[in-house]
Design a binder for this molecule. Sequence first.
Ligand SMILES: C[S@@+](CC[C@H](N)C(=O)[O-])C[C@H]1O[C@@H](n2cnc3c(N)ncnc32)[C@H](O)[C@@H]1O
Length: 351
Amino acid sequence: MTGGAALGWGDLTDEQMRRWADVLDHLTAAVPPGRVTVVVDGGTHAAVVADRLADALRATGRPCARLTDATPLADEDAWRAEHAADAVALADGPRWRRRPPTGAWDVTVWLRTRPVGGDRIDRGGDPDVVVDLHDPAWPVIRHVADRLASHDTWYLGESRAFFAARAARWDTAFGDDLPAYVAAVAEAALPAGAVVVDVGCGTGRALPALRDAVGPHGTVVGLDVTPQMLAVARAAARRAGAHLVLGDSRRLPLPDGSVDAVFAAGLLTHLPDPEAGLRELARITRPGGTLVLFHPSGRAALAARHGRALRPDEPLAEARLRGSADRTGWTVTTYDDPPHRFFATAVRRAP
Ligand SMILES: C[S@@+](CC[C@H](N)C(=O)[O-])C[C@H]1O[C@@H](n2cnc3c(N)ncnc32)[C@H](O)[C@@H]1O
């Protein structure tokens, strides 16, 4: 599915071509109407991505002027002379990003790539759109500002594309984390006989520990939205006597108050609306039931690994999580965020 490092169309498989087409369709739809300015930045492929986006925009009938890094002054003159009222100016690279021709960019697109020469590139501020381009043959949109597109249009397909490409290598890449999952589940002290759902279970790494916690009379369910993740999870689910369900955590196929505990590792920050995600987890949990939010790295360590600064308004920042938990029917009972793990628990309040 993935693996190509080249960016030429000729090197891509049909599946990779479709992936690029999906991403370009979403980007094209996210460019607002009118005479807008767009800049693509990040890594070594910004110019090629801008070219492709320009072609995609033109294919939808929108005039588009390229502001390139090679001939910036001539390009800007040509764009200013362009009479079409809805001509999009499409630039690439850090130099243009610092110098918007109209004072501010209408849309900034950031390409998340491998570190260049070992260094992460500073993504500078908050881009409107983030495209993961670690594998140039397999671009995936990871963020689109709500003002540009409803996440209903892009989130599900893009999220699945992101995790599908990682499913086969997940356990090899993160195998060392298993003891941390066992310790987190033990610390959560779930009652024997409980019904527990691992929401966003991925390859099922927590399922055996959850079975140990709830014992032979408990029920363990692993739910994930990515079929490729669930395919890998089958072996762990069989060992743990767990049921696997393909489903979206934003609309869980479970009745109100039907579970005693929810375990969610690495899920919340991948949801487009984490607070709505918490509300849905609360809906399926009985009053007095438990929520465990876990990650085998603390927030600061994870942010450093991804080359970004920690922000106080992130969904798992303590004040923000306590606030959104409060508003969605949970009371946070534990919050622990050292470098080696993120671990928070909450209890479901009576509605
Ligand atoms: C970072 S991985 C963590 C996987 C697993 N919990 C672990 O710790 O190894 C996030 C998982 O959440 C799943 N996911 C993302 N969005 C989801 C959604 N809306 N509903 C259910 N699962 C989702 C992904 O498919 C992926 O398997």
